[in-house]
Design a protein around this ligand. Structure first.
Ligand code: NAP
Length: 452
């Protein structure tokens, strides 16, 4: 497996794929460690998790550089990502005991209660877009609940995968309790079928979700699927447009537009459409694109050349279907996988950019004539991850928010994950939740105890 620098197109390093017998050895050691780990107190587990947080903070620049090299994330965004990983480690180190405390239930029994026990080794299949955050978002609660983790990371961020494994090692976690394996995606089903793998968490595309979900369904193993999105941002006619434009552009371009919860479709009411469109295009044009290791760059290259080419194909197709290109939409001549901030307007229902997830710096503007139509357009998608509403009247925005088919809705702000709030989707954006109390309970056995 080769990692390629998307800024230059040059190979960084090769990593040999693990054989299934090597993985079997890892899983056996992991199981042994899990049996010891589950017996520790929350305080003991929490101390190691806090050590992992300290290691993250202490090596922030090194990890940010690694992400910049392997998938093109600008350095300041990489540093922010590492800070957030440390935060989620500290958060669950402090909260796990409360979240998983046994709950008494009044019945006719002398005593009855529910307790939350770990399941065992959880397979984490993770994407490249937030190479550290996606892993820690899953690992911090899952490990604090007493489980182990075997990580199959995306093939283009092997260096990040190794670095994360090293963090848990240095933090004093038991041998192989957190293990990285290098494996091609067509062999993931063999790992899912392994008797020592008790559950699976996948963050990735809907296609990968179908494949992992089917294999886990066949093996009767619990899954959490965090998949793609086409998040609608509704701009009502009484919104503060300057603030809405600022927030919408930020949300569309963060991480080079390669975020599941990036704003993707902008649904704007007729009377403010022209003004929003002009301001939005001006803001998109003002972004600085360049090498991710240069400080002050807003937009690095996309993570891989094939992903950039796929995005460009979606843009070309949408233009052929009748959308108007307001800026961007051309592949730069430089060597890297760069794609400029791009705006498509007059999007209609049958168009590619309306139907599919655009995983890059491309925004689609849709004009609507009523609040009713805005809701209808927002929900007319196979996805249901995030959503946002902008309005000067909170009650009006709340009314719209309650009608949106999504895992969350942010009012007058952009969608983001937060350890305190549950995160996940509905429809083809997946099922199950990460973060908060819901996230740490996903990979536990809610065991009923009844004492006559
Ligand atoms: P991806 O191609 O689906 O890959 C994600 C992970 O799944 C990688 O480790 C990949 O391994 C593996 N994989 C791919 N196909 C598989 C298959 N058929 N069976 C088993 N494993 C498979 O997604 P991506 O391009 O890395 O990430 C972008 C997608 O992830 C977008 O759709 C985005 O919206 C979604 N995403 C969702 C969330 C969320 O929280 N809902 C967060 C981030 C990203 P290889 O690299 O070896 O192919």
């Amino acid at each position: 497996m080769d990692t390629i620098d998307p800024t230059t197109g040059k190979k960084i390093k090769s990593y040999p794929e693990f054989s299934l017998s090597k993985i079997n050895g890892i899983l056996n050691r992991a199981e042994k460690s899990f049996q010891a780990w589950r017996g520790l107190s929350f305080k003991e587990r929490g101390e190691k998790m806090k050590k992992a947080a300290a290691l993250l903070r202490g090596n922030k620049d090194r990890y940010a550089r690694l992400m910049a090299q392997e998938m093109g994330k600008p350095l300041p965004q990489g540093r922010g990502e590492i800070e957030k990983c440390a935060l989620v480690c500290d958060f669950y180190a402090g909260q796990a005991e409360t979240y998983l405390a046994a709950e008494k239930i009044i019945t006719e029994a002398r005593e009855s209660f529910v307790m939350y026990e770990p399941l065992g080794i959880v397979l984490a299949v993770m994407p490249w877009n937030f190479p550290f955050w996606q892993v820690f978002r899953c690992a911090a609660p899952t490990l604090m609940a007493g489980n182990g983790i075997v990580l199959k990371h995306a093939s283009n961020v092997c260096g990040c995968a190794q670095a994360i494994e090293q963090i848990f090692k240095e933090a004093g976690f038991p041998p192989n309790l957190f293990s990285n394996v290098f494996l091609a995606n067509d062999k993931v089903k063999d790992l899912i079928a392994h008797p020592l793998v008790r559950a699976v968490s996948l963050t990735g595309s809907t296609g990968a979700g179908r494949s992992v979900g089917s294999a886990a369904g066949w093996a009767i193993k619990k899954t959490v699927l965090e998949l793609g999105g086409s998040d609608p941002y509704i701009i009502l006619d009484d919104a503060d447009l300057d603030s809405a434009v600022e927030t919408c552009v930020y949300s569309r371009l963060i991480n080079g537009g390669q975020s599941c919860i990036a704003a993707k479709r902008f649904i704007v009411m007729d009377s403010v459409f022209k003004e929003f469109e002009e301001k939005f295009v001006a803001k998109m044009k003002s972004q600085r694109m360049g090498p991710p290791l240069d400080e002050g760059v807003d937009l690095g290259p996309m993570a891989r050349h094939d992903l950039r080419d796929q995005l460009h194909k979606q843009v070309r197709q949408t233009v052929r279907q009748g959308a108007k290109l307001l800026t961007g939409g051309a592949v730069p001549k430089s060597a890297g996988a760069f794609y400029p901030p791009t705006v498509l307007t007059n999007l209609k229902k049958n168009m590619t950019a309306y139907q599919e997830e655009l995983f890059g710096p491309v925004a689609g503007l849709i004009r609507v004539t009523s609040e009713e139509q805005a809701v209808e357009v927002a929900n007319a998608t196979v996805f249901g991850l995030g959503s946002a509403v902008f309005s000067g009247t909170v009650e009006r925005a709340r009314r719209v928010a309650l009608r949106l088919e999504a895992g969350c809705c942010f009012i007058n702000d952009f969608v983001r994950s937060d350890p305190r709030l549950p995160f996940g989707g509905i429809k083809q954006s997946g099922y199950g939740r990460e973060l908060a109390v819901a996230g740490i309970r996903e990979f536990t056995n809610a065991k009923t105890v009844y004492i006559k």
